[in-house]
Each structure stands twice: as C-alpha cells, then as structure tokens.
Design a protein around this ligand. Sequence first.
Ligand SMILES: [Zn+2]
Length: 243
Amino acid sequence: MASPVYDSDPRALLKSLLATIEDEVIPLTSKGVSSGNKLFGAAILSKAGLVPLTVSTNNETVSPLLHGEINCIQRFFSQTSFPDSSDANKLPSSQRPNPRDCVFLATHEPCSLCLSGITWSGFDNFFYLFTYEDSRDLFSIPYDIEILQEVFRVPAVPASSDLEKREAEGEDLDARPLYNRRNKFFTARSFEDLAREIAEKHEEGESEKWKDEIRRVKALYNGLSDTYQKSKTSGVDSASFWK
Ligand SMILES: [Zn+2]
C-alpha cells in the first residue's frame, strides 16, 4: 500500500507537529529536565491522519545513548499498542505501522547518533523545530555540530590533476553542509522549511501566521532550558559525559 501524501498540505502537517510538541512532548520533557535530562524530545506520527503513535524525551541520566529520538524508536518497537495511549481505536503491537507509513518528529535537529538511528529504523523523513545552531546558541549544547565536524567531516582528496589548484585555493570546509538533508534514505525538513512551503503554496500572510506559531512554541522551551542549565551547575548525577 502506498503511503498517504502526508505533506500535500504543509499547514495541516505543521499544525499537527506543533500540537504534538506542545501537548505531548513538552509535558514529558518538563519531567525529564527536572531530573537532569536534556530537553530533546521526539515523536512518531502516522502519515495517515497525522496521529501521534509514540512520544519520548531524553533520558541520558540513565545512559548517554538515550537521546529523545533513540528513546522514541526503542519505544515504537517495544510498545504493546498503537497509539501508545488509552485510545479506544488503538491497534495491537502485531499491527505496528511500517516506519515508511510514519512521520518522524524531533524537537531539535537530530545529532549524528540519531540521524543513524532514524535511518537504520527505516523512517524516510524527519522534521525538526530547532536547528543545530539553535541548540548551540539558545541552549548551550554545541555537540551536534562539533561531533559532525570532528568525527565525520573528512576533507575531500583532490584529483591529482587539480591538486596544486585546490591546495592554492584551500578547501572551504565550513561552506559544506554537515549532512545530506535529502538523500537516498530520508528527507529532512525544519519547521521553517514548512513555513516557506506554505508561503509558496498560499499567501505570504498565511506563512507569517505560521511563523508566529513556530516562535510561540519555541518560546515554551525557555523555561525548560533554564531548568536543565541549573541542573548542570548543581551537579545532578548524569550518565552523559557531554552536558
Ligand atoms: Zn541525538
């Protein structure tokens, strides 16, 4: 069965993603940050109907690998019904949706660990509210960028014919994107990308309305960030090395 065209109306998609963050992810993350976890959350929605099936938040006080996205994937593959709630229409775990029929939502642009986790699990898309630069500049968490730059970014080996030219010019590593946002495995889009799609398909004013809505939901993270930063300075016990 072909997947439904879940993104034909970027307004409906953005509305569901923002509501999932506000109503489902943030309540979990509020509890998580008060016990010393980072504020990164994730959810998996059905492409059909855009219903949240699985919702998770970071739990790295237990293990440094339990990022919001990885926690969400683990839960998706172990939960006993879909959605993971008291919904009367839920399906048993034997009818777990195919990842290809799901939308993956990350509150923050996924790190290298989570990019791999999403890819290996077979999700063909993800959407994120905050970019890597937001994580670094607004939340004082620079490691997404630093790990991609230090571990994965290898300078290109120039062909021998243009070696001298390339050496003379120098390679501008900083101009290269940190990963392929469109590739064989997935397409990654930020909420700002969806707002741009709304502007292309509808009127500019419509897009501005959604940009305001994105700003409003982003602002809900201010208090969560303060709580997390306080836990770092007060030395809450965490398994995470990079805080
Ligand atoms: Zn991650």
